[in-house]
Design a protein around this ligand. Structure first.
Ligand SMILES: [Zn+2]
Length: 181
């Protein structure tokens, strides 16, 4: 990677991180994506799976849908897709289907990623299209954002559990008092 290329990748990964922050604000796992054509962002997306109650609401799928609408073509040739987390099997499949030539990934997802972790859908020579993949652009930022999210989520879940337990004990106590125990 030349220094100019690296600068460009960092610039657009920051745009993808901005999208991920929108997911974060909704309480969604913070994953963001942008698709760049020439020097223009033609599609943006962030994870809205819980908000939309839709498994298709992944950042990459939304960005692909918008970019295709913009170009008026399902083929996203000459485009680069930037995503903060390694794509899942569905999104990796969509990237190949859309003929996207290049994908830049922030951090990897060893438990579910399909761009080199569990599977490598993007670079499988058996498909009729292979994607050039660049990994680890702003890796620390992307990974810290996810870690922070899950840390807060664990605290929230623990808090909710505690409150539920307290409410149940309160109710129990009241019932006992009513029965004169
Ligand atoms: Zn996905």
């Amino acid at each position: 990677m030349t220094p100019e290329e690296e600068k460009r990748h960092i610039h657009y990964m920051k745009e993808a991180i901005k999208q991920a922050r929108k997911a974060y604000a909704l309480g969604e796992v913070p994953i963001g994506c942008v698709i760049v054509h020439g020097e223009k962002v033609i599609g943006r997306g962030y994870n809205r799976r819980n908000t939309d109650k839709n498994t298709l609401s992944h950042a990459e799928i939304t960005a692909i849908r918008r970019a295709s609408r913009k170009l008026g073509d399902w083929r996203l040739e000459d485009c680069t897709l930037y995503v903060t987390l390694e794509p899942c099997q569905m999104c990796s499949g969509a990237i190949v289907q859309a003929r996207i030539p290049e994908t830049v990934i922030g951090c990897m997802n060893p438990k579910a990623g399909c761009a080199g972790s569990l599977l490598n859908v993007l670079e499988d020579p058996r498909f009729n299209h292979q994607v050039h993949v660049i990994r680890g652009v702003m890796e620390q930022e992307c990974s810290d954002m996810l870690k922070q999210f899950f840390k807060e989520l664990r605290v929230r879940v623990r808090e909710e559990r505690k409150q539920r337990r307290a409410a149940a004990e309160e109710k129990n106590g009241q019932e006992k008092r009513q029965h004169g125990d």
